[in-house]
Design a binder for this molecule. Sequence first.
Ligand SMILES: [Zn+2]
Length: 193
Amino acid sequence: MNAAEALCMARENGVHVGIAGTDLILDANQEPAPPVLEALQRHKAGIVALLTVAESDWTAEDWQVFYDERAGIAEFDGGLPHPEAEVRAFECCIVEWLNRHMERSDPGYCAWCGQLEEESDCVIVPFGTESHGHTWLHHHCWQPWSQKWKEEAISALANTGIIVHAKTANYPQTVKKERQNDRTRKRTQTGRT
Ligand SMILES: [Zn+2]
C-alpha cells in the first residue's frame, strides 16, 4: 500500500483526511477502524505531501476560469445583469480564496487578540465550517479579523488579474478583468488601509 491507496482507503471508510502543517486531521462520524488508522499512520508523510500539492494555490488561470464560470452562472442561470454577475463572481472568488487560505486555530485562545479563554470575560467561539476548519475568536474580534482576511483575499485576487475597481474600504461595487500591466497599480489600491 502507498500513500494514495491509504488515503483512498480512509475515504472509502468515511474518514475525511485534511492537513494542518505536517499533521493529519481526521474528520469522521465514528472512530476510524484500526486498519485505517494504521495505514494513515504508516503513510503519514506521503499523505501530507499529497494533500499539500492538492491544496496548493490555484494559478491565475484557475482563478480566471472559476471567476468566468461563476459570472456565467449568475448572468445566464441567475438572470443578473452583467455588472452584478461580475460582482457576484468576485464574491465567490473571495469565499473560495478564504476557504483555501484563512488561518485555522486551536480552541482555548482568540486568534485575533491572542487572549486565553481563562483570562477572558467573554467566550471564545469557533467560526468557519466543518469541511474547512475553524478559527476560534471572541465575538467582538470576529469583525476586525474577517475584515483583515477579506482585504488579504482581495489583494491576492487582484494579483491574479481579477481586479476590484472600488476601494476596499467600500466593498467592491464593480469588478472587471484587467490586463496584466494594470496589476501593480491596482494592487496598491487594494492594499490594506
Ligand atoms: Zn479576541
